[in-house]
Ligand binder design. Structure first.
Ligand SMILES: [Zn+2]
Length: 55
């Protein structure tokens, strides 16, 4: 499962062009920080699972 501090690469690029995100909080909802622009988002874990590259 995803851990705080882990870097994830998503299929869909962020608006800034970045596709790597740092996990800030793990749970039913995941809090991710864009590694390119620093934007923080909340995403449901089941939705995130489908977005992550390489499982
Ligand atoms: Zn970004």
């Amino acid at each position: 499962m995803y851990e705080v501090g882990q870097i994830l690469r998503l299929r869909k690029k962020h608006a800034c062009g970045g596709d790597t995100w740092e996990v800030l909080k793990s749970g039913v909802d995941m809090r991710l920080k864009c590694q390119s622009c620093g934007r923080v988002i909340l995403i449901p874990r089941d939705k995130l699972v489908r977005q992550v590259k390489g499982g």
